[in-house]
Design a protein around this ligand. Structure first.
Ligand code: R5P
Length: 283
């Protein structure tokens, strides 16, 4: 089988797009794969980000996968950040297992495999089957560490803010903090407050790299910085694979730590590490 590439417009920072994705006047999605016959019965790598605008991007992915399914293409979907990956457990009766549902929908639509990075619910690098979808999960941890060490020409004590991301620091002899989430906050927005985030690691006079899978509202990272600073660290650097930088997290991080950066799984002004490196055989 010949391997061919399809690239969505939202991957244009890394490769030239050859898929059309637009909106109808009412906001619904329009997608088109020009020269469709080129992909018939082929192994196709579909590069399509699922964030930002996760719901819209998911619909676009489902439409594209369906077109390819109908021409018997075997599709590897490359989506660096998998949305809905955080609701992998049911906390309250009546909630959906969102991560599993999304994987199932992608598989049903025609994804033979998903290639993604530091997927929240997998908690380690490797190959998995989840919700009926084959997933290859690549960790950006080594590239993040490499960048920090190069930038400061120094070694770091590496720590993750919780057990879930501890696989990212463990490989480098690092530890993790303990995060305890509380109940859901009141109101329209739904998230669980962090009740506790602490560790007994000795940070005194150390260069500390705090590494997580994602920075969303930044509350985890900011609490971790506070903790590390209290412990007497001499330098505090924050890194994550996926940077959303919601609310005022970007400015708060700018003023609280010595340096922070993420990968370009979600492009931002602090995407100083590229997923292009681990994807080099595909791009
Ligand atoms: C949680 O388990 C994740 O690994 C991250 O620590 C978390 O999702 C980051 O979210 P926020 O930036 O909103 O604290």
């Amino acid at each position: 089988m010949i391997n061919v590439k399809l690239i969505s417009p939202n991957f244009s920072d890394l490769i030239s797009p050859n898929v059309e994705a637009k909106q109808f006047p009412d906001g619904e999605n329009y997608v088109r794969i020009p020269e469709l016959n080129k992909y018939r019965e082929k192994e196709v790598t579909l590069f399509h980000r699922l964030y930002p605008n996760q719901d819209r991007m998911l619909i676009q992915a489902l439409l594209l996968l369906n077109i390819l399914k109908n021409i018997d293409a075997k599709v590897t979907l490359v989506s660096p950040y998998l949305p809905y990956a955080r609701q992998d457990k049911i906390f309250l009766e009546g909630e959906p297992p969102s991560s599993e549902i999304i994987c199932k929908i992608l598989a049903d639509a025609g994804a033979n495999k998903l290639l993604t990075f530091d997927c929240h619910f997998l908690k380690k690098e490797g190959k998995f089957t989840y919700g009926g979808l084959d997933i290859e999960n690549i960790s950006m941890a080594r590239f993040l560490v490499e960048h920090a060490e190069k930038k400061f020409n120094d070694k770091f004590l590496i720590i993750s803010p919780d057990v879930g991301a501890s696989y990212m620091s463990k490989e480098f002899g690092g530890g993790h903090m303990e995060k305890v989430r509380g109940t859901y906050v009141e109101g329209q927005e739904t998230y669980r407050k962090i009740d506790k985030l602490e560790s007994d690691v000795d940070f005194k006079d150390k260069n500390v790299l705090i590494m997580d899978d994602m920075i969303s509202t930044g509350s985890t990272m900011l609490k971790a910085v506070e903790n590390v600073k209290k412990g007497g660290a001499s330098k505090v650097v924050c890194a994550a694979t996926h940077g959303f930088f919601l609310k005022d997290s970007f400015s708060k991080l700018s003023s609280s730590c010595d340096y922070f950066f993420v990968s370009d799984s979600i492009p931002s002004q602090v995407s100083h590490v590229s997923i292009r490196v681990p994807l080099k055989n595909l791009i």
